[in-house]
Design a protein around this ligand. Structure first.
Ligand code: ARG
Ligand code: ZN
Length: 849
């Protein structure tokens, strides 16, 4: 069984389970190395299913006993589960199993983290807890009894009887097993309270390990804001008497939406001004919202099978983006989302791991919690909303909640509610779900006799397993500017449905300047021949904040590409334009900070590769350094002014306004540091009374090569705080010089605080190496070697995190023959490891091609 080659699962093979479950009762007798799980499950035949084979998933379980209707049975047990003869009438299955939470380093199922018991069941972890049909289309109400000495014993739903050494929980809402959760530990709570709009009181808690009490307030505020927002914007009320959040130190992902008991990576929930940056706060607010929003989009309406993962994830990411846009600045949120989409999803979509938003097959579902399913999935919701309008979207969502509450639904169900609510035919839209790859949108234009015409042509390059890419419907938001900078056509959404299509605008007095794909209305790559003068014009005049930012980004990118391809000097037009923008006090400081950002090394590598040039990582880094230096010189006067102007003097608040000011001031600090060798950064470091200021200064010092004293001081100050020490590990690697990065990462793996068992720490060290692109791709190949060494070490302990981190290699085909050979050798070395996990085997094989 063990060495059987991993099986591929196909969407087309879906069949319903042969039984339904009326009730589940579980008893846990906790013990670190020998926990007993006693289950009592009421099954009855599913009238909608043909196949009545009784198969229960189960992995790493020791079966103690099993019975049906009280009669002992001897099921047929394999590594993957059990089968058993069962009656063709309703029956009660009972089983007792033993599991070993302490030995569970994969952090899937029931495991221990710093002395507390916790669970992670999505996607297929419940089968490591007991025998069960571990699939999202089998829903049941759960009764849970926990027996243990820990002070706090939590599970899903509402509390029942509690006493010395035990607690009972009842979850009345039928749910699939992946939403099950249990937590037990000597925890403390930060309490809160919410009254729903229909007047139902809800008890709220953030549970943490003693010592972390002072890091809970922000999460609680964020939770209350989320609950209110979902009522106001989506009409969704909470549906239990209690909502618990627990912070766990060892966690593979960000967080998990278990019904009534959300479990969070402590990095995604714990925060206070001294230990957390503005960016941490914003991310925590978004993740709290995301998990809370899942209560409706995920829990009340779940997925029929894991191919439909984007049904809950795409929609919930979209909802949390809307929430952040409402809480903070919509423009800044949109720009940041697109930066992240391009960095992660476009990269994925243009490489060997490309897959549809709704994949058709997988080996290990954990490998499909990707930027494509999440972030591109959210973009598809945004396009739907653009196509049907705000009202159509609201009607469709109401119908979705009304019709599918309590269901395990599909993407077909989802699109059907839009079709019915709005009368639109969405057959062609479905291609966005089924076809992988990022469409290219070629744009040309002409003007004659007052008529301006935009010509579009779409094409999508082949992706693994999909060569033919028919045209998709693309909503293209367009505005037109007159020669004096005034808008002559307000934003209009053009619906492109064919491979080639033209749209004309009449009655114009002069040839306008087009602002195409406003708000990034579709996840495509626009290809348009234009000149820098036009970009500078858009940067100055475009009323659409996204395209205004985009014009500046294009200027910067094309200037860098010219430096790389033709040895050009930094572009003066860019230097002038960015300065003009930074000086414009009418613009939001956060927007100006984004406009100061430059394309990443990875963006430039992809752009060169797309243009037929083999990227040289060292040259890319040097071009960026040259441009940053030129900017620092050009802004020698401006930078100190901005720095002074945007110092925040009020008490620290992690709100949008203060964060924007700090971001811009710290951007200015980066410019200053290039010329003053770190004096200002050291002063800021010494005076800092919050982590945003401290960390910004620390980064500047490291980049300037003046970080030694701060590195020691930072460690001495924060050695007691795991989350802060993660930052310490990561910043040293990310900011290491190209030739040092691999050595710094390797040296830090020898630090007494390094641990392979904590995914945050592992990522802070080895994930950071992959983030230092020039260091990772150092010509010696040592970056590749160090990462591969550690992935090989981590795989037997934690396959999920190992497999995810393999994507550091996904862009390998871009590079020169020498680098390709070195990476191929590392990939082959990983694949050759005996007993390599299914997760990592699938990832590395797909990358290797
Ligand atoms: N559903 C969680 C979320 O909110 C993520 C869980 C991912 N789990 C996994 N094993 N891949 O996005
Ligand atoms: Zn989610």
């Amino acid at each position: 069984m063990k060495d059987a080659s991993p099986q591929t699962i196909y969407l087309k093979d879906y069949t319903p389970f042969g039984f339904r479950i009326d009730e589940v009762a579980l008893t846990f007798r906790l013990d670190p190395s020998a926990t007993r799980v006693i289950s009592r499950i009421a099954f009855r035949p599913n009238p909608e299913a043909q196949d009545r084979r009784f198969f229960l998933h189960g992995e790493k379980l020791k079966l103690i006993s099993a019975s049906i209707d009280g009669q002992p049975v001897a099921p047929d047990v394999t590594d993957e589960g059990l089968t058993c003869e069962v009656p063709d009438t309703p029956f009660v299955w009972e089983a007792e199993v033993e599991i070993d939470p302490q030995a569970n380093t994969a952090l899937e199922g029931l495991y221990m983290s710093n002395g507390m018991y916790c669970t992670q069941c999505e996607a297929e972890g419940f089968r490591k807890i007991t025998y069960y049909p571990d699939r999202p289309d089998v829903l049941a109400p759960f009764d849970v009894r926990i027996e243990g000495e820990e002070k706090v014993l939590l599970s899903n739903g509402n509390p029942g009887a509690q006493g010395d050494g035990f607690a009972e929980w009842h979850d009345p809402w039928p749910k699939p097993a992946y939403l099950f959760a249990l937590v037990a530990g000597d925890l403390v709570n930060h309490p809160g309270h919410f009254t729903t709009r229909s007047g139902k009181p809800v008890e709220l808690n953030v549970w943490v390990r003693p010592g972390d009490e002072n890091k809970c307030a922000f999460a609680m505020e964020s939770l209350i804001k989320s609950m209110k927002w979902d009522e106001e914007v989506y009409g969704r009320e909470y549906d239990l008497d209690i909502f618990n959040i627990v912070a766990v130190d060892d966690f593979n992902m960000g967080a998990m939406e278990n019904k009534g008991l959300n479990i969070f990576n402590s990095a995604a929930v714990l925060a206070n001004p001294a230990t957390s940056t503005d960016m941490n706060f914003e991310r925590i607010e978004a993740i709290i919202a995301h998990e809370y929003f899942h209560n409706w989009t995920g829990n009340r309406i779940t997925c029929r099978d894991w191919f439909q993962l984007c049904l809950k994830e795409g929609l919930t990411v979209f909802r949390d983006s809307e929430f952040t846009a409402d809480m903070r600045s919509a423009a800044v949120k949109r720009i940041s989302d697109v930066i992240a989409l391009r960095a992660r999803q476009f990269r994925e979509d243009n490489g060997p791991l490309a897959h549809p938003v709704r994949p058709e097959s997988f080996v290990e579902i954990n490998n499909f919690y990707t930027a494509t399913v999440y972030e591109k999935g959210a973009e598809l919701i945004g396009m739907l909303k653009t196509l049907v309008g705000d009202e159509g979207y609201a009607k469709a969502l109401d119908l979705y909640f009304e019709r599918h509450d309590g269901d395990a639904a599909t993407i077909e169900d989802w699109l059907a509610v839009f079709e019915e609510a709005t009368g639109r035919d969405l057959t062609q839209f479905m291609r966005w779900y089924t076809d992988a790859g990022t469409p290219r949108l070629k744009v040309t234009d002409d003007y004659a006799d007052g008529t301006y015409t935009l010509h579009f042509e779409q094409s999508t390059p082949p992706t693994p397993g999909q060569t033919d890419k028919p045209p998709r419907v693309i909503p293209i938001a367009v505005g037109l500017l007159g020669p004096n900078g005034d808008e002559v056509l307000e934003t209009q959404v053009l619906e492109m449905t064919e491979t080639k299509q033209s749209f004309s605008f009449e009655g114009l007095g002069a040839k306008p300047v087009p602002s195409v794909l406003r708000g990034f209305s579709a996840p495509v790559i626009v290809e348009r021949e234009t000149d820098n003068a036009e970009r500078a014009f858009l940067l100055a005049h475009d009323t659409d904040p996204f395209n205004k930012w985009e014009a500046g980004r294009d200027l910067a990118r094309d200037g860098l590409l010219a430096m790389l391809r033709d040895g050009a000097q930094p572009d003066d037009l860019y230097l002038d334009a960015v300065q003009a923008m930074l000086r414009d006090d009418s613009l939001d400081p956060a927007f100006r900070w984004l406009a100061l950002g430059l394309p990443s090394q990875d963006d430039l590598a992809q752009a060169l590769y797309d243009g037929g040039t083999t990227p040289d990582p060292q040259a890319i880094w040097e071009a960026l350094e040259t441009l940053k230096h030129a900017r620092a010189e050009a802004m020698q006067d401006l930078a100190p002014k901005l720095y002074a102007q945007y110092q925040v003097t009020e008490p620290y608040q992690p709100n949008a306004e203060q964060s924007g000011a700090r971001a811009l001031a710290n951007g200015a600090l980066g410019l200053i540091t290039r010329l003053d060798g770190g004096a200002q950064a050291q002063a800021q470091y010494d005076a800092a009374d919050n982590m945003t200021q401290q960390l910004a200064a620390f980064s500047c010092l490291l980049q300037a090569g003046k970080g030694d004293a701060a590195t020691q001081a930072f460690y001495d100050q924060w050695r007691h705080d795991r989350l802060v020490i993660d930052k310490w590990f990561s910043l040293q690697v990310v900011n290491a010089a190209p030739e040092d990065a691999a050595d710094v990462a390797e040296r830090l793996t020898g630090h007494p605080d390094f641990s392979m068992k904590n995914p945050n720490r592992f990522r802070a060290t080895l994930g950071a190496l992959a983030m230092n692109a020039v260091g990772f791709h150092h010509a010696s190949g040592k970056g590749y070697r160090v990462l591969a060494d550690w992935l090989i070490k981590l795989d037997p302990l934690n396959p999920q995190t190992t497999a995810r981190m393999c994507s550091a290699f996904e862009t390998w085909r871009r590079y020169d023959a020498d680098r390709q050979a070195k990476i191929a050798a590392e990939l082959d070395r990983i694949l050759a490891v005996e007993g390599l996990s299914r997760d990592t085997t699938e990832m590395v094989s797909r990358i290797r091609g």
